[in-house]
Design a protein. Sequence first.
Length: 134
Amino acid sequence: MLDAPPPAREPRVDSVTAMAAERTMLAWIRTGLALMGFGFVVARFGLFLRKLSEWRGLPLKVPPHQSMSLWSGVALVLLGVAVNIIAAIRFTHTIHQLRRGQPAPAIGGRAAVIVALLMAAIGVAIAVYLMRLA
């Protein structure tokens, strides 16, 4: 008795999966770019506060060298860069698996949870900093 040939893979499924992987990567890239833009704004916030206090003739309560805004902003920019690098690596890995005929890797939410926790920590640090200024 002859074995039946393996069922032909539907090419549409692979292209749909590849397009879904591309959309996911683009969403992560947007997230990374938003983090970098927000980081730039946060980094410049301390400079804005210093200039505002000079303009109004008010002393700034936090000395310029102790400003957390620069370091928080740099952390956000670096987090955005890391998110974009991880997105590119995961996309490349997924596409290579699809080209080899292997199923796409299961998408875990670990990266999203890590980014969310880092953003929460940076947000708390910024809130504490702002409360010290008040």
